[in-house]
Write a protein that binds this ligand. Structure first.
Ligand SMILES: [Ca+2]
Ligand SMILES: [Ca+2]
Ligand SMILES: [Ca+2]
Length: 217
């Protein structure tokens, strides 16, 4: 009896420790940025609730951008690859550029990578997607805000709430985010949106039909 209790306690402690190791839905390594601390990216929380998807991005990078020497960097856009072919086909614009709307959800025609903004002589992460440059506006985030956090590291959070029907359901969606136009820190990952209720009920009806058929035969 005592042994069981001990085993249970150890299991509980292990579970708690495992839970603590993961700070966000998608963690980014702390300290992997290039340059100053303002470029650090910490991670992203992705939460599905009701018919919304919430994306919270934790960063030290200010909304108004950071200038290093002669290079005026600006915050990156959020990229999605809906069909996992390695090409980012959808995204959300974060800042006012190319006449696109901040908080707007776009089907992407063209995008710029970090090299498109680079100034010779500066170190940065090469070839990383950073900004949508043209596309079709499909909708916009119901909430799109930038918040200062209590304490520091991370200092800020991008807060984005979107209709979950903007996303394909029940399939792996890849995403990518560069902290800024230089991509001095970036992160990738994937998430899944649950099947639509209609699909579920159809599936249920199908199963019911199968059961009925079995009963008859
Ligand atoms: Ca980082
Ligand atoms: Ca794609
Ligand atoms: Ca990173």
């Amino acid at each position: 009896m005592k042994k069981n209790l001990l085993a249970l306690s150890i299991l509980l402690i292990l579970l708690l420790a495992a839970g603590k190791a993961q700070a966000y839905t998608l963690d980014d390594v702390v300290g992997d940025r290039l340059g100053i601390a303002a470029f650090e990216l910490y991670g992203m929380d992705i939460v599905e609730s009701g018919n919304t998807m919430t994306f919270d991005i934790y960063t030290n990078y200010p909304q108004t951008g950071v200038t290093v020497g002669a290079w005026n960097t600006f915050a990156g856009d959020l990229f999605f690859d809906f069909n996992s072919d390695g090409i980012y086909d959808h995204g959300v614009v974060f800042t006012d550029h190319e006449g696109l709307i901040p908080g707007g959800f776009y089907s992407i025609n063209t995008l710029n990578v970090s090299d498109d903004y680079a100034i010779p002589g500066y170190g940065y992460n090469h070839g990383q997607p950073v900004a949508i440059t043209s596309g079709t506006l499909l909708g916009s985030a119901s909430t799109f805000s930038f918040e200062e956090l209590i304490g520091s590291n991370p200092d800020y959070r991008w807060h984005l709430v979107m209709d979950y029907n903007y996303f394909p359901h029940d399939t792996n969606i890849n995403l990518f985010y560069s902290v800024a136009s230089c991509s001095n820190d970036n992160m990738g990952g994937s998430f899944t949106v649950t099947p639509e209720p209609a699909t579920l009920s159809l599936l249920g009806l199908g199963l019911l039909g199968l059961l009925r058929k079995r009963r008859v035969s």
